[in-house]
Design a protein around this ligand. Structure first.
Ligand code: DX5
Ligand code: ZN
Length: 221
């Protein structure tokens, strides 16, 4: 299993988005994490298709789109069209996950399901085998730069067990408060894909921060 680092552009300087993405790509990022918020599922508003299209033109890296929106299916087609690689929906607002996952696949994207800190893993069990990605939130979604919730470590351990019980090949991603101090325990617990907003964008040298995050996993292995 290798460590995948996905910088979240929520913490980027939007006035220089093209440069920020180039900096991440040159710095060794594996994916670009794109936080779409609607001001309804979460108390914050971000961006939509236009920004995803801009990112697509500026990087070859996979675009990992995290939809923190109600009725996420309204955006599948346009996001796929402008270049989303992964489309992740929240279980809390997705009563028809099986149909929604099938639709994401039909559009040629990888499909993910995200769980808030208070949402039981059981919400993902029945669809686990169909998933390409399971996202465990380690903060309450809505904002970058929040404090890591320590109980997410145990949840990730149980999520890894669930993926193996269901023979799922899904990537196990964690999002929120990931830093040099928290990444190691999440890696040991079984996560393989790490969203990092503040940690990489606030760093004076993102490339060395991305290297440090990877090294923190290897040191703790
Ligand atoms: C939170 C978002 C995260 C956020 C992470 O709602 O889903 O992707 O950007 O930011 P940090 O790494 O700063 O907690
Ligand atoms: Zn996110």
């Amino acid at each position: 299993m290798s460590v995948r680092i996905a910088p979240s552009i929520l913490s980027a300087d939007f006035g220089r988005l093209g440069d920020e993405i180039a900096r991440m790509e040159a710095g060794g990022a594996d994916w670009v994490h794109v936080d779409v918020m609607d001001g309804r599922f979460v108390p914050n508003l971000t961006f939509g298709a236009k920004v995803i299209e801009t990112l697509r033109r500026n990087t070859k890296l996979p675009l990992d789109c995290h939809l923190m929106v109600v009725e996420p299916e309204r955006y599948f087609e346009i996001f796929a069209e402008v270049g989303a690689s992964v489309i992740t929906i929240h279980a809390e607002v997705s009563p028809h996950m099986s149909r929604q996952i099938a639709r994401i696949h039909e559009l040629g994207c990888l499909a993910g399901v995200a769980l808030n800190p208070s949402t039981s893993l059981e919400h993902a069990r029945e669809v686990a085998a169909d998933l390409d990605l399971l996202l465990i939130m380690s903060v309450n979604p809505g904002f970058g730069g929040q404090a890591f919730i320590p109980s997410s470590v145990g949840k990730v351990r149980r999520a890894r067990a669930l993926l193996s019980e269901t023979r799922s090949r899904a990537v196990l991603e964690v999002d929120g408060g990931i830093s040099r101090t928290t990444i190691g325990e999440m890696w040991r617990a079984g996560a393989d894909t790490f969203v990092a907003g503040n940690a990489v964008f606030a760093a004076s040298d993102p490339a060395s921060e991305i290297r440090a995050l990877r090294a923190a996993c290897m040191e703790s292995a």
